[in-house]
Design a protein around this ligand. Structure first.
Ligand code: NAP
Length: 274
């Protein structure tokens, strides 16, 4: 257990999917003990079930949780966040740490409603976190750069933790890693459908598709010092089958289409941040 985090009390406002994923990951990896994790939720039954499953502390109000915890994680949906923070604004203590999971809400928007000495960082997880294969992006404000070590200690054991400055880089992280999971599923659907059109049963087509994506990703991970271009070259013999497909992909400008889609997603992220 990292001595830096093992004595901290960490509280989640909201016991939804992302909170449950993170807490289960921490408990599995023994990042901190269950009795150092606190949680509230708007509806009581969900919180009770989560407490029963994990042994963490269920709290009856956000005010009470903020009073007890060193680190408060804002884990409600973005549309609920600003109002919730406004309601408990006077409860935050100077130097308390706030980590926000809310997609699309910039640090300054949260800071506006809070005591200036509170230190805030933003987190951007993606869904494979659920199986210990996620990316956890984060950004800190200039005044909260000392939070980097804390965030890395908390999330390195359960995810690939990546820092990004707020703005263009954080938007790219959101689109590349969080929306990116959705884009990969879209590609997998095309794969599976094409295989089904060529006489494979849906289940077999699905398994083959998953195994192909998984195999390629794991090979790239295992051979981490080999550039992706070199891995591609290794599976492509001159004038062979793969080469013919790749040539067509390039003629059809698949890369341009994907880049265009990424930029559209970035534009939507900017709109939501407003
Ligand atoms: N899931 C992802 O893959 C993902 C990825 C990136 C970022 N995020 C971010 O993570 C955050 C949580 O997402 P999620 O998928 O976990 O959402 P979720 O499952 O809907 O969980 C949100 C929880 O917050 C509770 N809540 C709402 N207002 C509250 C308040 N004032 N005080 C205490 N609890 C309150 C809700 O209670 P009820 O039981 O009453 O609804 C709900 O259980 C969001 O901001 C989202 O943008 C999620």
């Amino acid at each position: 257990m990292d001595p830096f985090v093992k004595n901290l009390k960490i509280g989640f406002l909201g016991a939804g999917n992302m909170t449950q994923t993170i807490v289960k990951g921490w408990l599995e990896q023994q990042v901190l003990p269950a009795n150092h994790v606190y949680c509230t939720n708007r509806s009581e039954a969900k919180l009770q079930k989560f407490v029963d499953q994990t042994g963490i502390n269920g709290m009856s109000s956000n005010e009470e949780l903020i009073d007890v915890c060193d680190v408060v994680i804002l884990a409600m949906k973005p549309q609920d966040l600003l109002l919730a923070v406004e309601e408990v604004q006077p409860c935050f203590k100077p130097d308390q740490v706030i980590l926000s999971l809310a997609a699309g809400i910039p640090i300054r928007a949260i800071q506006k409603n809070l005591n200036a000495s509170v230190r805030i960082a933003r987190l951007m997880p993606n869904t494979p976190l659920k199986i210990g294969e996620g990316v956890m992006g984060y950004a800190t404000s200039k005044e909260a750069e000392d939070l980097k070590a804390l965030i890395e200690s908390l999330f390195n054991p359960i995810a690939l933790t990546v820092e990004a400055n707020e703005g263009e880089t954080f938007e790219a992280l959101t689109v590349g890693a969080a929306s990116g999971v959705g884009f990969v599923f879209e590609l997998m659907i095309y794969w599976q459908e094409w295989l089904e059109e060529h006489n494979f049963e849906p289940q077999v087509a699905r398994e083959m598709t998953v195994q192909t994506f998984l195999g390629a990703a794991m090979l790239a991970q295992k051979e981490e010092s080999t550039q992706l271009e070199q891995l591609l070259a290794k599976v492509t013999s001159k004038k062979g089958v793969t080469a013919a497909g790749l040539q067509s992909m390039r003629e059809l400008e698949i890369e341009r289409g994907l880049r265009y889609s990424f930029e559209k997603a970035v534009m939507r992220d900017k709109e939501l941040a407003k």
